[in-house]
Design a protein around this ligand. Structure first.
Ligand code: P6P
Length: 336
């Protein structure tokens, strides 16, 4: 009997049983994240009606002008997770330092890093945005985590997921046993399994990159994109399509559903030295998901989840998606 239609709550509990010595902590944490994402979906959908769209009068640690919803959704995540007793600390794109669990609340064995509303520049133009999260184990015996305890390779993640707030609200989840997609049924307020065992086709004819940065790219990326644009008339002898939504959750979801290659490569712009996307709460969780779906995720020089982080908001270049295309880009960099 197909699992399609199973609630995410049932799915999480049944996955817990797969892990023999599981304590139920992960299940509890995931259900709290699900609750937070349902609340964020509600706020995103009603932002224009209740007047929480538009910019706030503040900047985040990245020096980016914050949207009101960046701050509100960050508070939703913190308020839903701080009291649960499953976390030892949190890290957020919107907050410079790690977020400690209040002294009067119990701590748990996990650490979470999240981007509460990725792609928020799309809010005011009604395009998809999302919440991305990455769950790590808190190192044994650490009761007061520091930034150092978050400096774990992406390969150490025990769970990663994202919620995309688009025409439908979808939760994409992996705990290392493949990737599953759940659609929010607003009538009952529950995420329902609609996309079991998502896999990325090894080949694709669709690339996603911000072409306005072309003059700043390194030669191998220039070469790869030029060949895609030349299509049948070029060395690939194949036509390509292009997409760029400027919302990583939307791009990665598309890659999971029909393949594709997403590139935010190194470029020589001062503002994106080292890359644009953040390692801990964008590149790592998305890379874990992409690899679990049979794709590849690389900086072009190394596997992203092999990187030893050096900072909470460290940026990295990201090239992810269909295996054969990402490996071609990596080959071009090797040949350079
Ligand atoms: P650009 C959104 O701000 C984000 O972090 C990703 O979600 C997205 O892929 C990228 O930046 C968009 O960058 O340069 O096109 O605005």
């Amino acid at each position: 009997m197909s699992d399609i239609g199973k609630s995410i709550t049932q799915f999480i509990i049944e996955q817990q049983r797969v892990h023999k010595n599981s304590t139920g902590e992960m299940s509890g944490l995931l259900n709290d994240i699900v609750s937070a994402c349902k609340k964020i979906s509600h706020l995103v959908n009603r932002s224009g009606i209740i007047g929480i769209g538009g910019a706030a009068e503040s900047e985040n640690v990245q020096g980016e002008v914050q949207k009101k919803l960046d701050i509100i959704t960050n508070d939703v995540m913190v308020d839903h997770l701080k009291w649960t007793g499953h976390l030892a600390a949190m890290a957020s794109e919107e907050i410079e330092e790690i977020i400690q669990i209040p002294a009067n609340m119990p701590k748990g064995q996990y650490l979470i890093a999240f981007d509460p509303l990725d792609g928020s520049s799309n809010i005011d133009i009604n395009l998809s945005v999302g919440t991305i999260f990455s769950i790590l184990r808190c190192p044994e015996g650490v009761t007061n985590p520091t930034v150092e305890d978050f400096m774990q390779k992406g390969s150490e993640q025990v769970c990663a997921g994202f919620c995309v707030y688009g025409p439908t609200t979808m939760m994409i989840l992996t705990t290392g046993q493949g990737v599953n997609g759940f659609t929010l049924d607003r009538d009952v307020g529950e995420f329902i399994l609609t996309h079991p065992n998502m896999t990325i086709p090894e080949d694709t004819a669709e690339f996603a990159i911000n072409m306005s940065n072309q003059r700043f790219w390194e030669a191998p990326v220039q070469r790869y994109i030029e060949e895609c644009v030349q299509g049948m008339d070029g060395s690939r002898e194949k036509n390509f399509n292009m997409r760029w939504v400027a919302s990583m959750v939307a791009e990665v979801y598309r890659v999971l559903t029909r393949g594709g290659i997403f590139l935010y490569p190194l470029d020589s712009k001062p503002t994106t030295q080292g890359g644009k996307l953040r390692l801990l709460y964008e590149a790592n969780p998305m890379s874990f998901i992409v690899e679990q779906a049979g794709g590849v995720s690389s900086t072009a020089y190394q596997r992203i989840i092999d990187i030893k982080p050096e900072g909470l908001h460290q940026r990295v270049p990201v090239i992810l998606g269909s295996k054969n295309e990402v490996e071609r880009v990596m080959r071009y960099h090797k040949e350079k």
